[in-house]
Structures are given as structure tokens and as C-alpha cells.
Write a protein that binds this ligand. Structure first.
Ligand code: SF4
Ligand code: SF4
Ligand code: FES
Length: 268
């Protein structure tokens, strides 16, 4: 199945890879799914996560944000009778009749220390390769890309790290939610999300152009006027701070970016 180039693949009942006819299933009623081997009858218009809650499952691990961001709720599943193993985030994937679901267990991965103070003569691309040398063992099977619930071309960013293209790897892996599915299935035992995290960190620290407005803002934060404002705020009690916050001037929604300033400049 073709994956979305960016972002989460649109929720589809044919996401399981069985056949497109699954999209013709009724949207109302119930269906049977299997969670860790246990058959459950659940409403068909649920995500896997809400279906499990509806079935009385109390999930005390393997859930977090409920919004497709934290990556805690990864599952592997197969549609009974089908051959294809799929991966998804429980809070994003709709239930499909016959799903056999296994929550992803925690497993330790290679996580190197990302010391951002490089010794003289060291390069960020070399450093990422040294920290995660196993990326050079990739056999390009494509299993990581096939399974990634975020539709990321994991194989591509592993190749970029190998070639020293930290910018490309940072961009390709930017929406990774660290769900670990790719690492679980990698025959070369690569910890792709951690290598990608290192690529993003070293890229941000050494390769990406500096954000000049941020440098300016940090300089401004040190000047006497800003420090005076901070001292004044620190001296206020909680209730006064709350009132100050509630009565603050608000930027109009239609103000062009970077043009609005409040009438009162006492605290900026
Ligand atoms: S699963 Fe591992 S070996 Fe296969 S393409 Fe991905 S990184 Fe390479
Ligand atoms: S950890 Fe791997 S499978 Fe999960 S979102 Fe990141 S790249 Fe995709
Ligand atoms: S609970 Fe966070 S991604 Fe699903």
C-alpha cells in the first residue's frame, strides 16, 4: 500500500493491507477483534484504543497523549486469515473486523550519549556515525519504511545518515514519534529513532543556520530593563501574577506577524 509522504496515513479500514473491500464494511454495529489473543466484541466506529476501553480494558501502560504524538501506543496487528503484519498507533488506527492485536512490549535499544560539545577537528556527521555504527549494517530490506505508522521513509533517512546528510535525515525523520516499531523489526538491529534523534541534534547544533532573532532575543534578555521586569515579576505573589496574566493585552488574531506591540511596555 502506498503510504502518505508526510504525516499519519489517513485512517482507513483497508489500512490492514488485506484488500480494498474492507472499506465497504458497514460503519455501524460491532465487530470482533482479538487483543493479546482474547476475543472482544467492539463498536466498529472506534479507534483501537477507544474500542479497548469500551471493552473494559484498563490500559496502564502503552498509552500517553491519545493524540498520535507520543508514540507510546504502538501495536502490531494482522487481520485474521491474512498474511500481512502491520503496525499502527492505537489512538489513530480504526478497528477492523478480525484484527489480531499485540501491544508493543518495551525493549531496550541502543541509546548513545549525545554530547553536543565536539572535540576540535571532529565533525557532526562523523560523530553520528561513530555513535551509531550499526547503521552501516543496513541491508536495505525496507521493513522499517513499510511499517512506520508515521509514513516516514526510514530506510531513506538511515541512508542519509550513512552518507553524512544530516540535513536530509533531520527533515525526513522530523515527525518520528519514537514508537520503536522500525527498531523492533530491523534485521540489522539498528535503533533508527535514536540515530535519527542524534542526527537532528547535531544538525541543529552544528549545521543549521543560527536563528538570528533568537540570538537577539537572548541578548535582550540579559539587559538591565529585562532583568528589572523579571525581578518585579518574581516579587509578585501568585494571585497578583494570575490577575496580571488575565488582564494582559492580547495580540489581535488578524495582526500581521511581527507588527503588534502592547500599549503598555512596562513588562517587556
Ligand atoms: S529494517 Fe533495518 S536493515 Fe531493513 S532497511 Fe530498515 S534499517 Fe535497513
Ligand atoms: S520510531 Fe520508527 S516506526 Fe516509529 S515513527 Fe519513528 S521512524 Fe517511524
Ligand atoms: S497515545 Fe500517544 S501516540 Fe497514541
Amino acid at each position: 500500500m502506498q503510504k502518505a509522504a508526510r504525516g499519519y496515513e489517513p485512517i482507513s479500514r483497508s489500512h490492514c493491507g488485506m484488500n480494498a473491500a474492507l472499506d465497504d464494511l458497514p460503519m455501524d454495529g460491532t465487530c470482533q477483534i482479538f487483543y493479546d489473543g482474547e476475543p472482544l466484541q467492539v463498536s466498529i466506529h472506534n479507534t483501537v484504543l477507544t474500542a479497548l476501553e469500551e471493552a473494559g480494558k484498563k490500559l496502564v501502560r502503552g498509552v500517553g497523549c491519545l493524540g498520535g504524538v507520543c508514540g507510546a501506543c504502538a501495536i502490531l496487528y494482522r487481520i485474521r486469515g491474512g498474511y500481512e503484519l502491520r503496525a499502527a498507533l492505537m489512538c489513530q488506527q480504526m478497528v477492523v473486523a478480525g484484527m489480531e492485536i499485540l501491544p508493543l512490549p518495551y525493549f531496550p535499544q541502543h541509546k548513545a550519549v549525545h554530547d553536543l560539545h565536539l572535540p576540535e577537528g571532529d565533525s557532526p556527521t562523523y560523530r553520528v556515525n561513530v555513535l551509531y555504527p550499526e547503521i552501516n549494517r543496513c541491508i536495505m530490506c525496507g521493513e522499517c519504511t513499510r511499517l512506520c505508522p508515521q509514513g516516514i521513509d526510514v530506510l531513506a533517512y538511515v541512508g542519509m545518515i550513512k552518507r553524512g546528510d544530516l540535513k536530509g535525515a533531520a527533515a525526513e525523520s522530523f515527525i518520528c514519534v519514537q514508537c520503536q516499531v522500525c527498531a523492533l523489526r530491523c534485521p540489522a538491529q539498528i535503533s533508527q529513532p535514536n540515530a535519527a534523534l542524534a542526527a537532528r541534534r547535531y544538525y541543529g547544533c552544528y549545521v543549521a543556520p543560527r536563528a538570528e532573532h533568537l540570538v537577539k532575543a537572548m541578548e535582550l534578555a540579559k539587559n538591565e530593563q529585562t532583568q528589572r521586569c523579571l525581578r518585579r515579576l518574581r516579587a509578585m505573589d501568585l494571585e497578583d501574577l494570575r490577575v496580571l496574566y488575565q488582564r494582559r493585552e492580547r495580540e489581535p488574531d488578524d495582526a500581521p506577524p511581527g507588527t503588534w506591540l502592547p500599549e503598555s511596555r512596562d513588562l517587556i
